[in-house]
Design a protein around this ligand. Structure first.
Ligand code: ADP
Ligand code: MG
Length: 271
């Protein structure tokens, strides 16, 4: 549970502007979804929040202190954030737990790792190497690892994108449950998705990003009471209105590109 403030953030990969003048503050305990077409810099922004890269200009602070590198206060699940291939799924989770809780007995940590693996639907994989698991199972193990260390900040980059619909729904519910269970210690979450409905189901606010260079196009509060029921969302008029609004905003970005005669790098993708 930390406030995260991004002030005038810009980022360039070898002279190429990727993010420009991003200003946004996530209140402590807020669930923020970042939504935008492929290539608008969502993953880059998450890497900056994780401390894996530094902005070209501007500052990112966590409760007022600048982020200067990765830390155990931020759990991360990246699209390509794979497990160590030479360690079993269980050992991967235990390793993170040892770093987060160095004083706890190892047997206890193994138990915790096992219970988080089971929570994401991975039974019987503790002793399996990542190479023996499907991509979706590896992703779930990475999610178990991020949940297990119970960090006050959670940074997730399309974590459920590669999963089947049922597993995805189950993990969305689990994530919301973990986020909601203790209001006083509610995690501050940045969750990247290009699924509009997923964003509305999860978020307190949706930040819509646009392309060329990556920027904030709009910030949309989601005023749907919690707990949100997937089944009844579709008959909720505020859900439908916001969904249309977000889709229009995403398409407007692509249409702007057409108007300006630029090449669309992302046609069809990401929306
Ligand atoms: P998103 O996650 O929204 O799809 P990314 O943050 O991955 O967007 O990428 C934003 C832009 O930065 C893209 O134009 C991409 O080509 C560029 N980019 C990403 N990673 C690198 C890199 N390592 N080197 C150079 N350019 C990169
Ligand atoms: Mg990405």
């Amino acid at each position: 549970m930390h406030e995260i403030a991004l002030t005038n953030i810009s980022y360039a990969y070898s002279q190429q502007a990727v993010l420009e003048d991003i200003n946004f503050t996530a209140a402590a305990g807020e669930f923020v979804c970042l939504l935008g077409p492929s290539g608008c810099g969502k993953s880059t922004l998450l890497r900056l929040l994780a401390g894996l890269a530094a902005p070209s200009s501007g500052t990112i602070t966590l409760d007022g202190k600048p982020i200067s590198g990765p830390g155990l206060d931020r759990g991360v699940v990246f699209q390509d954030y794979s497990l160590f291939p030479w360690m079993t799924a269980g050992q991967n989770v235990v390793l993170a737990l040892e770093q987060a809780f160095p004083d706890r007995p190892k047997a206890k940590l193994r138990e915790t790792a096992q219970s988080y693996l089971e929570m994401v639907g991975l039974n019987g994989v503790f002793h399996k190497l990542p190479g023996a698991l499907s991509g979706g199972m590896r992703q779930r193990a990475a999610i178990a690892r991020a949940f297990a260390i119970n960090s006050p900040v959670l940074l997730m980059d399309e974590p459920f994108g590669a999963l089947d619909a049922i597993t995805r729904a189950r993990l969305q519910d689990l994530l919301l449950q973990l986020w909601q269970q203790n209001a006083a210690e509610r995690k501050t979450v940045f969750f990247v998705t290009h699924d509009v409905e997923e964003a509305i189901l999860l978020a307190s606010r949706v930040v819509v990003m646009g392309l060329n260079p990556g920027s904030v196009r709009g910030i949309f509060p989601v005023d749907i009471p919690r707990p949100r029921q997937r089944q009844s969302l579709y008959s909720d008029s505020s859900f439908l209105t916001l969904r249309d609004r977000l889709i229009a905003e995403l398409h407007a970005d692509v249409l702007d590109e057409l108007d300006e005669g630029r090449t669309i790098r992302t046609a069809g993708e990401g929306i």
